[in-house]
Structure formats: C-alpha cells, structure tokens
Design a binder for this molecule. Structure first.
Ligand code: SF4
Length: 326
C-alpha cells in the first residue's frame, strides 16, 4: 500500500524519520519525499525495497505540501541552507523529483540542493533534466567494482554494474553536478572493493564519502558481518588516504555544514499528551498520530484513524517523536 501525504492528510512534515523533513541542528535539512526503493540491498539499514519483512506500507509526499513546509523551516533556520534529498528508500522513485529540486532551489536562503541515489533509475535524459532543475550534488551509492558482488549486494537480479558505471562517467564528464561516490564498507564482504572504487573515483576526479557499515535492529544483516569500531574505520581510511593520495575524511565544515538553531521542540520527552490518529505507521504495529503540529510515531497502537489516543513521548531527538499509548 502506498499512502499519499498531502495537505488534506493533516500530517505535519516534521516528526517522522521515514518521510518529511529532518533537522539535526545544522544548516543541512534532510528532505524525504518517499519511502519507496527499487533495490533490496542485503545491508540496508532500513530494510527498504519490495516485500520488506518489516514494512508493507510506503508513503509519498505531495510535492507542493513538502515545499510549503520546507519554505517555513528554511525561513526559520536562516541563510546558507543545504537541502539533501534523501530517503529511507530511493529518491529517484519519487515522481515529482524534478519539481522538488526546482522548488527547493527557488527557496530564499537555500544555497545547495543535493541528492542521494543508488543510480539504477538514472538515464542520460533524466540526468539532463535533473541538472537543468538545478541539482548541485549527487551522493552516489556504489559498493563494488565487481559485477557479481555488486549485484549480490543490491539484492536484486537486475542490478547492472556496467550501466551504473556508464551513468557515473556520463555525470562526471558531461554535467556540472558535483559527484561523490559513497560506498558502504561492509567488513569481510567488500573490503577489497574499496581500493578499486578509490582508483575509479580518481580516474574521474570524483570525491569519496566512504560510509561505515552499522548494525541496525530492523535493518538487513549480511550473515557473519560485524561492524568495526570507529577507531578502526578511521585508521583504515587514513591508511587508504596515504596509499592512494586521496582525501577520504572530511570535517563537517569542509562540506559546508555548520551548527544552526533547531526547530523548536514542542513536546518534551516523558510528556503525556493526546494525539489524533491520522494513518498507519511504517512498521506493522505502529500508527501516525498528530499533536501540536508535529507527526508522532506511536508504537503498539491499533487505534482507528480519527481516534484520539493518550500517549507518552518516549523519544524526541532531532524533533523525531516516538510515543507509546498509556
Ligand atoms: S540501501 Fe538504499 S538502495 Fe539499498 S535497499 Fe536500502 S534504501 Fe534501497
């Protein structure tokens, strides 16, 4: 089931991790227009993709509604705002991606619009449209230079590394979009692929944002893989930096990020409030409730839509609200 979130839904676009807008107290805002993904990566932290074991619902946010919220938040946060279109799924599955980029670029105070992607749905025509819309930067997820391993990691048979490489080369050589390669380093699975990806990035003069594999309770876990410590992760990055004479570690400042005032926290942790149920939640036992102009994920809630439910807020970090019925 795909639930369409528009103004009439009555669901505010602050408060949830799986769609809407996330403010982590910096000048970067994460904009999440959809939960849909076309892959089924074996390491996916959110278990996204078709036939997910945890999620049988997806959400798509109406573009004007999303832009309306974005404008309000950017105005509050001030100048020099970076917008990153990301998702617990794949942003290129969003039908109004171009409109979203154009709209975000037009907002006064926004200086950069970037996007995450697995690249499988990109074509040269789409890239041209994305570039004309004003996208500044792409964080491209690619985890292996070996076609078989890349396909295995993606969890789908149709993953074609050759087309992915072709698209990367096309973006690098034919557009002004700043392209970053962002592999997830999964210990014991693609260790040998990271140096190959570094070499590949160097041939096209691309930047690299190597990510650390993390274990998530509701994520997909490749058998036998254990996350390494941050100490070990950065030690290895420094070794690769030396060996390949390439920059792999960036401070937030170096990518234009800085601290900014957060959008106000309107419900305290531990506070008991009444929320109105507006939609089923992303996990099977959850509901989306609304109170004080914030969306709230309510665990263990089977109340019908429109009902009022008394809840206790158990988490409110970065204005992402999680509650339990009382
Ligand atoms: S890791 Fe990204 S591309 Fe892969 S299934 Fe998850 S959301 Fe989709």
């Amino acid at each position: 089931m795909n639930i369409f979130i528009d103004k009439n839904s009555g669901i505010p676009l602050i408060g949830l991790i799986y769609f809407g807008i996330i403010d982590r107290g910096t000048n970067l805002l994460q904009v999440r227009p959809t939960t849909i993904c076309n892959l089924k990566c074996i390491y996916c932290s959110t278990s996204s993709g078709p036939f997910s074991q945890y999620h049988n619902i997806n959400y798509t946010v109406e573009v004007n509604y999303l832009l309306e919220w974005l404008k309000k938040i950017v105005k509050y946060k001030g100048k020099g705002i970076l917008i990153n279109i990301d998702s617990v799924g794949e942003p290129t599955t969003y039908p109004d991606l171009i409109k979203l980029i154009i709209g975000a670029k037009k907002i006064k105070g926004v200086t950069e619009v970037s996007m995450q992607t697995n690249g499988t749905l990109l074509t040269k025509e789409k890239i041209k449209k994305i570039e004309s819309a004003g996208l500044d930067k792409i964080n491209f997820s690619i985890n292996s230079m070996d076609p078989e391993l890349a396909r295995k990691l993606s969890g789908v048979d149709f993953y074609d590394l050759n087309s992915i490489i072709e698209i990367i080369e096309y973006i690098a050589k034919n557009t002004r979009i700043e392209l970053w390669l962002c592999p997830v380093w999964i210990p014991n699975i693609n260790d040998g692929e990271i140096p190959k990806l570094i070499e590949f990035a160097k041939t096209l003069d691309l930047k690299l944002g190597i990510q650390k594999y993390e274990l998530h309770k509701y994520g997909r876990k490749p058998p036998g893989v254990k996350p390494i410590t941050y100490k070990k992760f950065y030690r290895q990055l420094r070794l690769w930096e030396k060996e390949y004479k390439v920059k792999l570690i960036y401070k937030s400042k170096e990518i234009g990020m800085e601290k900014r005032r957060r959008i106000p926290e309107v419900i305290r942790r531990g506070e008991k409030i009444t929320a109105i149920i507006k939609a089923p939640g992303w996990f099977k036992n959850q509901a989306i409730g609304v109170a004080r102009n914030r969306a709230i994920t309510i665990n263990n809630c089977k109340a019908e839509i429109g009902k009022k439910v008394k809840v206790k807020i158990i988490q409110n970090k970065n204005s992402i609200y999680l509650a339990e019925p009382i």
